[in-house]
Design a protein around this ligand. Structure first.
Ligand SMILES: CCC/C=C/C(=O)SCCNC(=O)CCNC(=O)[C@H](O)C(C)(C)COP(=O)([O-])OP(=O)([O-])OC[C@H]1O[C@@H](n2cnc3c(N)ncnc32)[C@H](O)[C@@H]1OP(=O)([O-])[O-]
Length: 373
């Protein structure tokens, strides 16, 4: 059986499934556009998790292709609670419906003069807070090229909308697993050099969006964080973490080098020695260690993380918005220029690294290890 045949078959089977099993749920039946297989699988998995809890059925056989893909999607949600699955399901369906004609997400986008909708994010505005939720839980929210672009767009939108605070968080059990390593496998015309150059430009723009963001930016770190999702935390105004979170920047392991302005912000906040343990020697920090070193503002018990953090954020969002934004901008203005220079220097180094054998071999090892599983 050829790979392309598998995909065609899978697509048509998923379409059948999508129509028969999910259509009954009111809003979805109104969708005019096919949201694509990845989204449909996500809807399926969230629906199962919300109604039946964590996946508890036997894994279908290798040749039962469609059921295996569905089972994998459900299983990938791990042990996220039914309530959270229900919320994610509603957010996702809401954003699809909004994309076609208008409710929360679309209204927020339109209020900001934009009609952007997202494939890899859930962006909502409620209680004066715009939340940008990374939404690829099956891949631990690894950041694809598309997702970098969507985050930049979402930040631009949040900067202009009426919200007071902007919050970043992740769907599922991870906050984010960093750069999606498959980005390195998509070699454009022009070869590795062109890939490195384009990747560098995207990264520069991505980090710039954080440096220039004009309102209070808060990370709600709901689980482990890796790579670029950790380094940019130095550009946030508050970082709240569940005790389950870890913070890992395995750059030298990947033949790469620091980014997200961490070569400047980390030594400044934790001192050279501790920063080097993380950025050179891949030391993974617990949430408590990260808090002691100043990377995290406060750590919360996992069981009460969401309720404690959101109660606090809703209260903060009632503070006078101009006073908050102007105070943030004053603090940032002291070193904005320096941060841009650091970003430029880090990107220049990384573009070289991405063309190196060290990086190539490290990325190949990741895929070889995956293939052996
Ligand atoms: C651009 C600027 C420079 C960037 C710097 C960085 O961010 S450097 C930092 C770069 N980041 C890294 O080096 C992290 C690499 N990833 C890991 O080390 C581990 O996956 C883990 C510790 C994040 C989670 O372990 P776990 O045992 O709990 O879960 P699991 O492993 O079963 O994962 C579930 C699925 O997600 C997939 N997936 C996850 N992450 C990535 C990714 N980044 N990419 C692609 N795919 C990824 C994984 O392959 C699997 O897919 P499958 O097989 O179902 O098709």
């Amino acid at each position: 059986m050829s790979g392309s045949l598998d995909i065609v078959q899978l697509s048509s089977k998923l379409n059948e499934f999508f129509k028969s099993e999910i259509r009954e749920q009111g809003k979805l039946s109104t969708l005019k556009n096919d949201p694509g297989n990845e989204v449909k699988l996500k809807i399926y998995a969230l629906f199962k998790q919300a109604t039946q809890g964590p996946c508890n059925t036997p894994k279908p056989g290798m040749l039962d292709f469609v059921n295996k893909v569905k089972w994998d999607a459900w299983k990938s949600l791990g042990s996220i609670p039914q309530d959270e699955a229900r919320q994610q399901y509603c957010d996702l369906v809401g954003s699809l419906v909004a994309a076609e004609g208008g409710s929360s997400a679309q209204v927020a986008a339109e209020a900001a003069g934009s009609s952007t909708t997202y494939q890899t994010l859930l962006v909502t505005t409620e209680d004066d807070i715009t939340t940008i939720k990374l939404n690829r839980p099956a891949k631990k929210n690894a950041i694809t090229t598309e997702m970098y672009n969507e985050i930049i767009a979402a930040l631009e939108q949040a900067a202009k909308d009426d919200s007071v605070l902007t919050v970043f968080t992740g769907a599922g059990d991870f906050y984010c697993s960093g750069n999606d390593l498959t980005n390195f496998t998509k070699i454009p015309e022009g070869g590795v050099e062109a890939m490195a150059k384009q990747g560098g430009e995207l990264l520069r723009k991505y980090v710039k969006a954080y440096i220039d963001f004009p309102k209070p930016l808060i990370a709600v770190v709901n689980g482990p964080a890796v790579g670029v999702s950790v380094t940019v935390l130095g550009l946030f105004d508050l970082v709240y973490a569940t005790e389950r979170a870890t913070f890992h920047t395995p750059f030298s392991q990947l033949g790469q080098s620091a980014e997200g302005c961490s070569s400047y912000t980390f030594p400044k906040m934790m001192g050279n020695a501790k920063a080097s343990e993380m950025l050179l020697f891949n030391k993974k920090l617990t949430a408590v260690q990260a808090c002691e070193l100043g990377l995290v503002t406060e750590v919360f018990p996992d069981s009460s993380f969401q309720s404690e953090v959101w109660t606090r954020l809703k209260a903060y969002a009632k503070l006078p918005p101009n006073s908050l934004a102007l105070s943030k901008q004053l603090i940032r203005s002291m070193e904005k220029e320096r941060l841009h220079a650091v970003n430029d220097a880090e990107v220049e180094r990384l573009v070289e690294r991405w063309m190196s054998d060290e990086c190539f071999n490290a990325v190949m090892s990741f895929f070889q290890a995956k293939a052996k599983l």
